[in-house]
Design a protein. Structure first.
Length: 132
C-alpha cells in the first residue's frame, strides 16, 4: 500500500475528542516501561503476587511498582485480589481489558519484527548522513 493511500485511509477514520483524550491517556500509561513489563509478565504468568512482580521487574522500586499497579488497576487493566490471611496475600492479574491491550501490543512486536531490517538500515543511513 502506498504511503498516500495509507495516510488517506488513516485520516478517514472517525475522530471523537473524548476517544482522542482517552487514547492519549492510555498511550501515556503504557509508554511507561514498567507498565509494559508488567503487562508482559502478567500475560505470561496469569497472576502474580507483589513480590513475584518485583523480582520479575528488575530495577523497579517498591514505590514505583505500587504506583504502577494502582494506575493499571484504576484504568481497569489489572485486578487485585486480597486474601484475608496473615501475612497478607495479594494477587494481581490482567483483566479482559488488560489482555486486550496485551494483544494489541503483540501487533507492535510483530510490526517491529517484520520491519527490523528496514529500521536498522534507516538508522545506519541516518548515522552516515549526520556524521559528514
Amino acid at each position: 500500500m502506498s504511503a498516500d493511500k495509507l495516510r488517506a485511509e488513516l485520516n478517514a477514520l472517525p475522530c471523537d475528542p473524548a476517544v482522542d483524550r482517552l487514547v492519549e491517556e492510555i498511550i501515556g500509561r503504557v509508554a511507561d516501561k514498567w507498565t509494559m513489563l508488567l503487562i508482559e509478565i502478567l500475560t505470561e504468568h496469569d497472576c502474580a503476587r507483589f513480590g513475584e512482580l518485583s523480582r520479575a521487574c528488575t530495577g523497579i522500586s517498591q514505590k514505583m511498582l505500587t504506583q504502577t499497579l494502582r494506575a493499571m488497576e484504576r484504568d481497569g487493566l489489572v485486578s487485585r485480589k486480597v486474601y484475608p490471611v496473615v501475612p497478607p496475600k495479594v494477587e494481581y492479574r490482567l483483566t479482559e481489558l488488560g489482555l486486550g491491550l496485551s494483544k494489541a501490543f503483540c501487533g507492535v512486536w510483530l510490526w517491529a519484527e517484520k520491519n527490523y531490517d528496514t529500521i536498522e538500515r534507516a538508522r545506519k543511513d541516518f548515522e552516515a548522513r549526520t556524521i559528514d
